[in-house]
Design a protein around this ligand. Sequence first.
Ligand code: 8Y4
Length: 271
Amino acid sequence: MSDWLNTEKCLIMGVMNITPDSFSDGGKLSSLDAALKQGEALIKEGADILDIGGESTRPGASSVSIDEELDRVIPVIEGLKSRFEIHVSVDTSKPQVMRAAVQVGVDMLNDVTALANPESVQIVADSGLPVCVMHMQGEPRTMQENPKYEDVVVEVSNFLSDITKICQAAGIPREHIIIDPGLGFGKKLEHNLKLLAAVPQLCDLGFPILIGGSRKSMIDDLLGRDVDERMPASIALAAQAALYGANIVRVHDVRETYDAVRMVEAVASYQ
Ligand code: 8Y4
């Protein structure tokens, strides 16, 4: 069923944010059409998975109602699954959105709150689908105000290890649990760098690993780059994560990341 996850190569997850401002202003059908065209482009660029999100999780973003989020993401998931041979994940923390996405054939659930809503754990277990559980300190609105850790690697690994136990106790098989240290989610630059350096240790937990660093503000913190200048550092981050054993990288620049990851994998295959 989810054999697609069980591969040596690092999978490229392309980011698709479905917000009213992100795709045209000509009404629902044309914005759906624009989203499907973007999806098709990302597939041609080499995406293995498309991550469909309808609520911005950036610091300070406003929240979206259940109905609004459903209206944004469900037609896109349905359209992508009916037109293309592609794996699709839904980026949501709302149980109602998870349920609807499962009904239209989504392949994976991506919850940045790590199934904080107890209803979600059961939905994932019943769906038989893989899930990504991510570490976050605090909540999106305020998480970047003053993140603090004694030992970020220990704390994040312990959190991820605990949540994998909760998932397994609810009946989610271990091969379906993807763990993610949550770069930028309640972390300062040094925390993010320590977590990236610790990807090999996180691999030792025995679960597939997802890393999402694309265009994030840690690149600005290190290099002083605006969001439209962050592609080179994003590609380096993804390629290094892949070399360190990440199974999925979540990125905006699919083609460029695809080339970089394939290149470093080709060299590593002779190690
Ligand atoms: C510029 C561009 C600045 C993007 C900030 C951002 C992750 C994730 C996000 C992640 C998983 C984002 C939904 C944040 N990040 N899911 N989602 N892992 N699993 N910010 O790292 O892209 S959204």
